[in-house]
Design a protein around this ligand. Sequence first.
Ligand SMILES: NC(=O)c1ccc[n+]([C@@H]2O[C@H](COP(=O)([O-])OP(=O)(O)OC[C@H]3O[C@@H](n4cnc5c(N)ncnc54)[C@H](O)[C@@H]3O)[C@@H](O)[C@H]2O)c1
Length: 369
Amino acid sequence: MSEPISESKVTVGLGDRAYDIHVGEGMLRRAGELLKPYAKGPVPVVTDSHVADIHLPPLLEVLRRADIEARAIVMPPGEVSKSFAGLERLSGALLDMEIDRKGLVIALGGGMIGDLTGFAAGVLKRGVGFAQIPTTLLAQVDSSVGGKTAINASQGKNLIGLFHQPRIVIADTALLKTLPKRELMAGYAEVVKYGALGDAKFFEWLEVHGARALAGDEASMVQAVTHCCGMKADIVARDERESGDRALLNLGHTFGHALEAATGFSSRLIHGEGVAIGMALAFQLSVKLDLCPGQDAQRFTRHLKAVGLPAAITDIAGARPSAGELIRHMAHDKKVSDGRLTFILLRGLGQAFVTRDVPLEAVKSVLTD
Ligand SMILES: NC(=O)c1ccc[n+]([C@@H]2O[C@H](COP(=O)([O-])OP(=O)(O)OC[C@H]3O[C@@H](n4cnc5c(N)ncnc54)[C@H](O)[C@@H]3O)[C@@H](O)[C@H]2O)c1
């Protein structure tokens, strides 16, 4: 990792669809100037009511000063809005605004708002440009970058979606100060994921600076977000549609989604917490299969615990889900192809790989350990 920085720019190299991610503390103040080149006609700002209460007024003020005619659309918070009903409501509001086909829609919020708005922008008038202003740590390091957009169906999460890359991403780390601690921690699981999957040096940096970033040290947070965005940008530029390397970003997700499903997608376990436990289980499975040194798995789990993230199934409150139940959920996950489970396993810290060659007995055994 380089010297501390307070502001940075990462480019997602996708040819004529390339775009920049601007990261920095107070970056929202520059939103008018950064968004002006893309704004045409009325510019909808889509957000949820939690974020609207805190961060919408300053954004609207900055846009007004840049002569951008912004109009807010406020959705109910939570996954309930990432649905057919939410999409209908949002696209109706966007069409009522007579948004220009060459115009811009702004998503101000966490992954829920980013996914829903990106999807609506992608299908509206066969594709309208959109900008991401992510307000959660998860969204800043993961969901706002890479163009995956979706809504949920009753059959499962994110099953209806498309790839639609944003025109620009503005990640202001100061916005994270108002995020509930639990949401911040859950986003940090995605930060650790980058170290675990592909960069042992970054993991080492996090062991020293991660807790500091979480405690509010801006330079450390800007550096962590920039590094994660840089890694994601590289992966997306190589494999936009997830036919290869991009699947590495699913580290911890096969287990994590099953745990989320088994706990009813409730406040017992939020997404990032599921990913944290899922990654610890992926390390354990890798050790069990003699792929990864035990000390790397222990070091990984130690860091999760040190920052206060859950690292084992027993860290989830309430009754423990059974191995059978978890495996059934995994089989329903969309990371199944030809009836075989896909896992991201590790040869060590920073060395993840994709495999479909995992004995079910070994999976069962880490789920009951
Ligand atoms: N597109 C992708 O590549 C991708 C990747 C990972 C996750 N996701 C999706 O992202 C979603 C989860 O995103 P999330 O964790 O950001 O959840 P979220 O968007 O639901 O936000 C979590 C909560 O924090 C509140 N909030 C957001 N920013 C805040 C702020 N700055 N201050 C105070 N409160 C704030 C929200 O109102 C909400 O209540 C899921 O739907 C998941 O499927 C998408």
